[in-house]
Ligand binder design. Structure first.
Ligand code: NDP
Length: 312
């Protein structure tokens, strides 16, 4: 009988991490320190508003002070730089999060580099990218850090494993590859110019897919028993696509009927069936991002005061 793959439940792992963060917050509060997160949301992009609301709500649940700053769509780069400078100087703010995307006329790169590296809870600042590259403690990008948490908490081996990361963005692919390398995996990074991608992925013990293309990694590209980490979030609005990826899945069909769309990752669900473990979409890696943001905020609060990253 073939063994059923293990579903890596991102929601359960996120709850575990949030409970730990809450405990760290209460220990800091006992010392008169309340960690604080400033969230900057420009304009009214519906998806960004949903993410931001959820971040602010989670702060409240864990005892983290949060401040939502919502400049108008017309805000200039200079005004945003001024705002960031004020937040950098504020003692009660440990983390600064600029919700992306920003309007086109705002210089995103300049702004992200203006955030103090010590308050850079998204881990996007070049200083933190450098710290990650050289294996120094620092603030790490939330989604890739979540991937490592999933693997570790499920007690899946990383050291010595062949890990193939498909995607090389600064936000996901590259930091994920570095984190896996820091955990002693043998890492290969693939991208749109990779020759014979399937031959590379078939050699992988762990595949991290961060491409942004629905069901791109098929079962034929996966070694049976591999661990599959699916970072992709793709919305399917065409019924034929839903039937292609989710044939016989009544729950998804019902969601599609109700909402007119369903979410699929970058890995074809058919590939999950031959894996040893996989992160579902939704409910996998995506569920961890906010938990890791909370973790980073408390970590920033501790490191800024000269404490160790965690109390234990
Ligand atoms: P980007 O578009 O920035 O990067 C995509 C990467 O995929 C690029 O490196 C690109 O290669 C590579 N790629 C594209 N086509 C191919 C191909 N045919 N073969 C091999 N590689 C290819 O995306 P992100 O990294 O920002 O995001 C990736 C996915 O993860 C998206 O679905 C996004 O929605 C999701 N995401 C989820 C998050 C969460 O769970 N919280 C957070 C962030 C992202 P090249 O560099 O050569 O162009």
């Amino acid at each position: 009988m073939t063994k059923q793959p293990h579903v890596l439940d991102g929601v359960a792992i996120a709850s575990e991490i949030k409970a730990e963060v809450g405990l760290e917050v209460s220990k800091l509060v006992e010392q008169g320190i309340t960690p604080g997160l400033a969230v900057i949301l420009v304009g009214n992009v519906a998806a960004s508003e949903i993410y931001v609301r959820s971040k602010v709500k989670t702060c409240g649940e864990l005892g983290i002070f949060s401040e939502l700053i919502a400049p108008p769509e017309t805000v200039t780069t200079e005004e945003m730089l001024e705002l960031v400078a004020k937040l950098n100087a504020r003692e009660d703010i440990d983390g600064i999060l600029i919700q992306l995307p920003l309007p086109k006329h705002v210089d995103t790169k300049r702004l992200l580099e203006a955030v103090s590296p010590d308050k850079d809870v998204d881990g996007f600042h070049p200083v933190n990218a450098g710290r990650l590259q050289s294996g120094q403690p620092g603030l790490q990008p939330c989604t890739p850090a979540g991937i490592i948490e999933v693997l570790k908490r499920a007690r899946l081996p990383i050291a010595g494993q062949n890990a193939v990361v498909v995607g090389r963005s600064d936000i996901v692919g590259k930091p994920a590859a570095l984190l896996l390398l820091n955990e002693s995996a043998t890492v290969t990074v693939c991208h749109s110019r990779t020759h014979d991608l399937a031959a590379v992925t078939r050699g992988a013990d762990i595949i991290v897919a961060a491409i942004g293309r629905p069901g791109f990694i098929t079962a034929e590209m996966v070694k049976p028993g591999a661990v599959l980490i699916d970072v992709g979030i793709n919305r399917l609005t065409d019924k034929a696509d839903v039937e292609k990826f989710f044939a016989g899945d009544e729950k998804r069909a019902a969601t599609f009927e109700k909402k007119g769309s369903v979410i699929v990752g970058d890995i074809d669900p058919a590939a999950f069936k031959i894996s040893s473990a996989y992160t579902p979409v939704p409910g996998g890696v995506g569920a961890l991002t906010i938990a890791m943001l909370m973790h980073n905020t408390v970590k920033a609060a501790r490191l800024r005061r000269g404490f160790s990253a965690e109390s234990k």
